[in-house]
Design a protein around this ligand. Structure first.
Ligand code: HEM
Length: 153
């Protein structure tokens, strides 16, 4: 049975690196391991989850368009056509035809826009803040949902 990585505050998690995109704790499995220092993550929770489960390189770096397509198909069961459209669309919008890192997806006003449910808007001249959860956004959304606003029943 494979090990399951702890949260990023645990000792195991604090000690290891995802060198070369692999996790030395969970090995060649799709078990969950959170990102560690130096890993790259995106504004997209779905793609981050693919990296946390090793469908994308766990360090979130050196991802080819084919790697992205394969991860979407294997991880989420997307059709190859949809995965192809999304992935090729992404590299065209970014203008990056070689390998990408997940953080490249945060280039402001390319794919990333000021429209996140959980992240603050980008500061002038900077990329979107993708690493910090804006707790006030989360509280507003939670209250609205609990009061039945915005949700169709
Ligand atoms: C190649 C495929 C994909 C790319 C390049 C991509 C890229 C992105 C980017 C750049 C954002 C940030 C948007 C912003 O803040 O303006 C985003 C957000 C998001 N993506 Fe993806 N994504 C992909 C696939 C998916 C898939 C398959 C799902 C669902 C399973 C998904 C779910 C989401 C959600 C829910 C958000 C909103 C997060 C928020 O409110 O902060 N994405 N995506």
């Amino acid at each position: 049975m494979s090990h399951h990585c702890q949260t990023s505050t645990s000792t195991i998690a604090a000690q290891h690196e995802h060198k070369g995109g692999f996790c030395p704790v969970v090995g060649d499995t799709h078990a969950y391991c959170p990102h560690h220092k130096g890993d790259s993550r995106s504004p997209c929770p779905a793609l981050n989850a693919l990296a946390n489960h090793g469908y994308l390189p766990r360090d979130g770096k050196n991802i080819s368009v084919f790697g992205l397509i394969r991860a979407l198909v294997e991880g989420y069961g997307l059709s190859t056509t949809l995965a192809l459209l999304l992935s090729i669309g992404a590299v065209f919008i970014l203008g990056q035809f070689r390998k990408i890192s997940l953080a490249d997806l945060a280039r402001h006003n390319l794919i990333e826009h000021d429209a996140s449910l959980f992240h603050r808007d980008a500061r002038k001249g900077q990329e979107g803040d993708i690493t910090n959860l804006a707790e006030s956004h989360w509280r507003t959304l939670r209250t609205s949902v609990l009061k039945g606003r915005y949700m169709a029943h």
